[in-house]
Design a binder for this molecule. Structure first.
Ligand code: A2P
Length: 284
């Protein structure tokens, strides 16, 4: 029988190994605490994204005993690597009974990861009007999109000053962010593109709430009392000069959003750039 366009071409191997679409390969895994880890995967050649955006990633779930079928378990994850990086990095919580992270925390280099190459999100430069000082407000794994934006040259081209606040329960949860910020000093690409000493534009303000550290308390309380502004040597936020991106747990996002509104900042979006933007950090 002659072959037509409708005749499916099946190779012998295709029958044995099912073709899984959107499959990437894990290249590196780093564990920080019993609750946090980061990993890197190959980047699909076609994937373009703006620093600060997120994608859906996941793994195949267990077999459903009723149907005998396996379904992918997908969650939204901020891309923690910058748009120019040849690989993709993610920063994740480990939830022992979490549908995805209970499995994801065991991935090893060489393993497959499902990645839908459709980046979206509001924590992007395009959603903010020009300003002088850019604030990144994070709790926990909400640091991830800022790990991307801090390695993006545009961040330093567009602003005179970048203030990063990161509130975590324990000291160990600050390691990923602190190491990343420390690493910027010797980042060859950024030093070359932005100029030696670009990292002096950064003011880093890490705080803990449940373990002793040099600065304790929730950033919201530290701003309300004025202590954070005194420590940082910057005035309270103003709609003329300050722009902000928020990424943390739901309660944090809502509280901070209200505070920024009280300083006179308005929420922006891709279609309507304003003074601040918000995104919820992934929780399994
Ligand atoms: P706290 O320990 O006082 O709850 P989580 O791991 O639960 O997502 O929390 C991450 C960090 O965010 C913790 O340090 C937590 O402080 C802090 N946090 C939780 N809710 C708020 C909020 N409404 N405003 C500011 N910080 C918050």
């Amino acid at each position: 029988e002659p072959m037509t366009e409708q005749t499916p071409v099946t190779h012998a191997s295709a029958k044995i190994v099912p073709q899984l679409p959107d499959m990437q390969t894990v290249t590196e895994v780093k564990h920080f605490t019993d609750r946090l880890f980061s990993f890197r995967v190959t980047r699909p050649a076609s994937l373009r994204f703006r620093s600060g955006e997120f994608v859906m990633i996941g793994l195949m779930g267990d077999e459903d005993p009723a149907t005998g079928k396996r379904k992918p378990i997908m969650r939204a994850y901020s891309i923690a690597s910058p748009s120019w990086d040849e690989e993709l990095e993610f920063y994740s919580i480990k939830v022992q009974d979490g549908p995805l992270t209970s499995k994801l925390q065991h991935i090893q280099p060489g393993d497959g990861l499902i990645l839908r190459p459709k980046p979206v999100g509001t924590l992007v430069h395009d959603a903010l009007l020009p300003g002088k000082r850019l604030w990144f407000f994070a709790t926990g794994t909400g640091f991830a999109p800022f790990a991307s934006l801090l390695r993006e040259p545009q961040t330093y081209e567009d602003y005179d000053e970048i203030v990063i606040t990161h509130t975590c329960r324990e000291l160990g949860e600050l390691t990923y962010g602190r190491d990343l910020i420390e690493g910027l000093k010797t980042d060859e690409l950024l030093n070359e593109v932005i100029g030696e000493g670009f990292w002096k534009k950064i003011k880093y303000y890490p705080t803990t709430t449940r373990e002793d550290s040099p600065k304790m308390g929730r950033i919201t309380d530290l701003m309300r009392s004025g202590e954070a502004f005194t420590d940082l040597g910057v005035p309270p936020l103003s709609p003329e000069t300050d722009r902000a991106m928020i990424c943390g747990n739901l309660a944090f996002n809502l509280e901070l959003k209200e505070m920024l509104e009280s300083y006179g900042l308005n929420e922006g979006a891709n279609s309507n750039p304003q003074q601040y933007v918000v995104e919820k950090a992934f929780l399994d």
